[in-house]
Ligand binder design. Structure first.
Ligand code: ATP
Ligand code: MG
Length: 304
């Protein structure tokens, strides 16, 4: 079977649950070794897409391939080569972390060593901890370790960090970065745009049954027709700058001056020239969030 070509390809994917249409022509290709983040509002069909790719759900129409195989008709070929971290799952609570990983490894023909798995997910110090004593963030990382046990080429991570505190999220991110460093292909879903920006080579936005946009986080941020915002402490403004601030349509309150412009370099140059030093300067370019919100609003709803 094909060992070249994309790790994941989705063509014309349609999925309905009874009368309810969820996916209506999804096109998506994920390269080998790539990390792709699938974004979209609640109910957009992200989990549905991932579960079809995992071979857990049949599709209604279209075609999907993972490492060249149809996951619905060839689950055995893919079982050892894909790792799955579901949106929600349970563990036997009475085992210790190391015991659970060992037990899980026994299902695979060429499992990665337990110590290495715990290292990748930064749980090496918890090897002897009872599973029921783990925090939510540690459990999620244990999910990763189990997903990685069979040394898969492709990992599916459905909302890997939902509900985590900032520190736990960062540890999860580093576990995902470790996966990527091992050359794994990763398809993850998330509602956190900073997470997508940080981890993903490319981001795809799913809404109204289709991929509305796909590209690097920077490419997608540029899609937003929002201006760059320049702001600085109001104490810097002097009367001779007021004409310039008026020209730039600045908003001034007693603390900060804020300018929104599509020509940020020119505006900054003029400001530095006439105002001088700009204390607490913040330059905020259009973000992935701006594009995301605009694309979701434009996509509207999928009419059944
Ligand atoms: N087994 C099912 N039977 C009927 N409808 C379902 C089933 N599973 C999901 N759905 C519906 O399909 C739509 C897409 O659900 P899905 O879980 O794929 O969305 P999602 O993008 O993962 O959402 P979230 O961000 O909330 O996780 C939802 O309207 C959901 O109610
Ligand atoms: Mg979901």
């Amino acid at each position: 079977m094909a060992e070249t070509g994309p790790a994941i390809s989705v063509e014309g994917l349609h999925k309905s649950y009874g009368e309810r249409r969820v996916l209506a022509g999804v096109e998506l290709h994920v390269g080998r070794g790539e990390v792709l983040a699938l974004l979209g509002p609640n109910g957009a069909g992200k989990t549905t897409t991932i579960e079809i790719l995992e071979g857990f759900r049949p599709l209604t129409a279209g075609s999907v391939r993972v490492l060249g195989f149809d996951p619905w008709t060839h689950p055995r070929e893919l079982r050892e080569r894909t790792g799955v971290v579901l949106q929600a799952c349970g563990f036997p609570q009475h085992l210790r972390v190391g015991e659970l990983v060992d037990a899980w490894r026994a299902y695979f023909s060429r499992p990665r060593p337990t110590a290495e798995l715990l290292e990748v997910v930064e749980l090496h110090d918890e090897q002897r901890t009872l599973v029921r004593r783990l925090s939510g963030g540690q459990r999620r990382r244990l999910d990763f370790a189990l997903g990685l046990a069979g040394d898969p080429d492709v990992m599916f991570l459905d909302e890997p960090t939902t509900g985590f505190d900032p520190e736990a999220r960062r540890r999860c991110w580093s576990a995902i970065e470790n996966l990527s460093a091992l050359g794994k292909t990763v398809l993850l879903t998330t509602h956190y745009l900073d997470e997508a920006e940080r981890l993903a080579d490319r981001v795809a936005i799913l809404a109204a049954g289709r991929i509305q946009a796909i590209g690097t986080p920077q490419d997608l941020a540029r899609l937003a027709d929002t201006p760059t915002s320049i702001s600085f402490g109001a104490s810097a403004t002097r009367s001779r700058a007021s004409a310039l601030l008026e020209t730039l349509d600045a908003r001034v309150d007693d603390r900060r001056v804020t300018i929104r412009t599509r020509a940020p370099s020119a505006a900054l140059e003029e400001l530095l020239h006439s105002v001088g030093d700009l204390p607490d300067l913040v330059v905020a370019p259009p973000t992935l969030e701006d594009s995301y919100l605009a694309l979701i609003a434009d996509a509207g709803a999928l009419v059944p």
